[in-house]
Design a protein around this ligand. Structure first.
Ligand SMILES: *Cc1c(COP(=O)(O)O)cnc(C)c1O
Length: 387
């Protein structure tokens, strides 16, 4: 591939309305953003509980830097595993009710490491076809036999499992699907995994801190036992407001990851100040359920308002709400109109979502006021009717 080939590729993306551009955010205070000198209310971040700009979390971050320095200096297995990392792992294990947890630098890296360490060419991986890109990449790179299964369909998983009798099997799913906002049939998948001696892996990126009475995620929400038949991956840059990720599981899984997961072993540990900030965030998730109550009130307000205005949202009972527009240029135009009227709601296009399903992906936060949600509904309904 030479430079001329790269330019031609970029022009094709541009012509297909699939070119991606970044915006420089010059100020961010909760959901209020300043982009190119304009004030916008963001309905697009994954900061569901408003913890990214929470004063306690910020203060803990700064105190952590003052106490431990700016960086970890080495990987966990050399000298980078500090007392803040250790305490955070224990707090995360307790949050999700598992014996142990292990920190990773990001959810993407955690998924790559998990699949590489737990699967090989003798393993049959069954994965929901709408899983997050990091899981799709992770299963492909693991070298396992991979079968993509119909979306959120436990019976389809059961049929593939029947055929895979003798192989060791790994069932892999998002807990909350990141682009549609619907939830996985976690209880049914758990029962299947247990019955077949398989392991269920659930990516809790959009469920942690959000679902369940104490914010523990899909297992708590669906009343599914959190035991050795499953492994969870949770991210720390979404509802937890900071950055990083963890795997929570049995001692045997965690020790296997420490010994074998290359994305754990060969990378620098997260800065310890991040771990300090996350300890404060976990504490808030556990002790301030009112934030989740507020979040659910906004979700209900938005859905009820959208139904009343005839906006065809995808079915979703989570803070991720999708309004499918079809062609990428339609989604882009709607997104631009909303920006002109003060709302940042980016268009999501292929390959992130399937061709013909370009959409606005609206995410709600406990930091939104009822007035902001009401104004978005008004503007959205006007622009949707008059495309
Ligand atoms: C965001 C996300 C990830 C990646 O997590 P990062 O920490 O941002 O790398 C993984 N899985 C799902 C479902 C996600 O939404």
């Amino acid at each position: 591939m030479n430079v001329r080939g790269l330019r031609a590729g970029l022009q094709r993306l541009e012509a297909a309305q699939l070119y991606r551009r970044r915006r420089v955010v010059t100020r961010a205070d909760g959901v209020e953003l300043e982009v190119a000198g304009r004030s916008l209310v963001g309905f697009c971040s994954n900061d569901y509980l408003g913890l990214a700009t929470d004063p306690q979390v910020k203060a803990a971050f700064m105190a952590g830097v003052a106490r431990y320095g700016a960086g970890a200096g080495a990987s966990h297995l050399i000298s980078g595993h500090g007392v803040a990392h250790e305490e955070l792992e224990q707090a995360l294990a307790a949050l999700v009710g598992r014996p142990r947890a292990l920190l990773f630098s990001s959810g993407y890296l955690a998924n790559l490491g998990l699949l590489q360490a737990l699967a090989d060419r003798h393993t049959q991986v069954l994965e929901d076809r709408r899983n997050h890109a990091s899981l799709l990449d992770a299963t492909r790179l693991s070298g396992a036999h991979v079968q993509r299964v119909a979306h959120a369909d436990a019976e389809a998983f059961a049929r593939v499992l029947e055929r895979a009798r003798d192989r060791s099997c790994l069932l892999v799913t998002d807990g909350v699907f990141s682009m549609d906002g619907d939830v996985a049939p976690v209880s049914a998948l758990y029962r299947l995994a247990r019955a077949h001696g398989a392991l269920l892996l659930v990516d809790e990126a959009h469920a942690l801190g959000v679902l369940g009475n104490s914010g523990a995620g899909s297992f708590e929400h669906s009343g599914t036992p959190a035991d050795e038949h499953s492994v969870i991956m949770g991210t720390l840059g979404k509802a937890l407001g900071v950055s990083g990720a963890f795997v929570a599981a049995s001692d045997a899984v965690i020790e296997t990851l420490i010994q074998r997961a290359r994305t754990y072993i060969y990378t620098t540990a997260l800065p310890p100040g991040i771990a300090s900030a996350l300890l404060a965030a976990v504490h808030i998730v556990r002790t301030e359920p009112a934030r989740r109550t507020r979040l659910w009130e906004r979700v209900e307000q938005f859905r009820a308002g959208a139904v009343a205005r005839g906006l065809p949202l995808l079915p979703s009972a989570t803070p991720i709400q999708a309004l499918v527009c079809g062609a990428p240029e339609v989604a882009l135009r709607l997104s631009e109109r909303l920006a002109e009227r003060g709302f940042l709601v980016p268009a999501i296009r292929p390959p992130t979502v399937a061709t013909g399903t370009s959409r606005l992906r609206i995410t709600l936060s406990a930091a939104h006021t009822p007035a902001q949600v009401g104004q978005l509904l008004t503007v959205l309904a006007e622009e949707w009717r008059d495309p």
